[in-house]
Design a protein around this ligand. Structure first.
Ligand code: NAP
Length: 341
């Protein structure tokens, strides 16, 4: 095989506050497909998931547990691709896998250094990273494993019209919970109440959340699924019911700022309310992915789940598509598809 043209989007400069297109730089290299280390394989990326937390990876190295992308290197991103060369019998040429890759056409993967999952039978690359990918699994595992909701309890979900939030909201409904969603703007709130059938919605851009929680959660919030953090989290903490659970999934309101994500104002509320606040990472449940994907596919087939994907086409569109996550312009899981299956 001759050398392969490899397009890349690099981290050109670290964002100061809001990430912008000028923080990314386009570059081209060549890859020699024969130079694959023992145990590694080469993937041709097909599609990338735009994950809000990638913004954290653009910050300088810190004491946090997440990686920091070095200046001048490709943007790390969850991806799905096809194995085109291999020095690892477990991942033969032609295998379809999802893993942590980066914004480039080809990447040599060392499977001992990162989780690699095979694409489930019958799913396209885009479906495997979109509808049935990380965000849906996050909504599912966060709610069921960390939130432990019981039928009849009140569940509140922030960024509820987004990929993770809308999945968590629908699973909460399936489990028989009174489910309240928080989202930005009338269109998203109407979708949540009329199409998804939530029991209540709050538009954080116009509604006062304190009053909204008083009205919609008179007995308090049993489970709060936190995708947003910041002031929204602090307000929700003040409305938690006794023995409530706060699922710390994400803190998107803080990613695009220089400030660290801060927590509740008064920890005594958690103590006297016997409230559990627990962070999690979806990859903690990797062994259970196939079973969860099977369940989500069944629910979708039975019409119990609406899984929204927002698919953009073209490698060139990666940076500007990514920015849409922070202005609420995405409508569901944001995937950039760079080549057909
Ligand atoms: N723990 C894990 O393993 C894990 C895995 C995946 C994702 N996550 C987290 O899950 C959350 C959702 O991610 P996603 O990929 O599903 O994205 P998403 O919800 O589809 O898109 C992000 C949405 O967040 C809302 N948003 C953005 N900035 C906001 C702000 N300042 N205040 C309030 N809302 C804001 C916007 O919706 P509105 O129009 O409603 O504002 C936007 O559409 C993120 O916090 C992400 O980091 C965690």
């Amino acid at each position: 095989m001759r050398k392969l043209r490899n397009r890349q989007w690099l981290l050109k400069s670290r964002p100061e506050g809001q990430v912008a297109t000028h923080n990314f730089g386009y570059h081209e290299t060549e890859i020699d497909p024969h130079q694959i280390d023992d145990g590694n394989f080469l993937i041709e990326n097909k599609a990338f998931l735009c994950a809000p937390t990638m913004r954290n990876w653009m910050d300088p190295p810190s004491k946090n547990l997440y990686p920091s992308i070095s200046i001048g290197t490709p943007i790390l991103a969850p991806a799905v691709g096809k194995v085109v060369e291999s020095n690892n019998k477990q991942f033969p040429i032609g295998s379809r896998v999802s893993t942590l890759s980066s914004w480039q056409d080809y990447e040599q993967i060392d499977p001992t250094g990162r989780p690699v999952n095979f694409v489930a039978e019958g799913l396209s690359s885009v479906e495997s990273i979109g509808k049935f990918g990380l965000n849906s699994l996050t909504g599912y595992f966060g709610l069921t494993k960390v939130g432990l909701p019981k039928a009849g309890e009140t569940v509140v979900i922030s960024a509820a019209a987004g990929a993770t939030g809308s999945l968590a909201a629908q699973v909460a409904k399936i489990l028989g919970c009174r489910t309240i969603g928080i989202a930005g703007g009338r269109e998203k709130c109407t979708w949540l109440s009329e199409e998804i059938g939530l029991d209540g919605v709050l538009d954080y851009k116009i509604d006062k959340l304190n009053d909204g929680f008083d009205h919609l959660c008179p007995n308090g919030i049993d489970v709060y699924f936190d995708n947003v953090g910041g002031a929204m989290l602090r307000t929700a903490v003040n409305h938690m019911a006794k023995f409530g659970r706060i699922i710390l999934c994400g803190q998107i309101s803080t990613y695009d700022s220089d400030q660290a994500a801060s927590g509740p104002e008064d920890m005594m509320r958690l103590i006297y309310g016997s409230i559990r606040m627990e962070g999690f990472l979806t990859r903690n449940y990797t062994a259970e992915f196939p079973e969860a994907i099977k369940q989500l596919r069944e629910w979708e087939k039975e019409g119990m789940l609406t899984l929204k994907e927002d698919i953009r086409d073209g490698f060139d569109n990666l940076p500007k598509s990514y920015l849409d996550l922070f202005t609420g312009q995405n409508r569901g899981t944001l995937v950039v598809n760079i080549r057909p299956d």
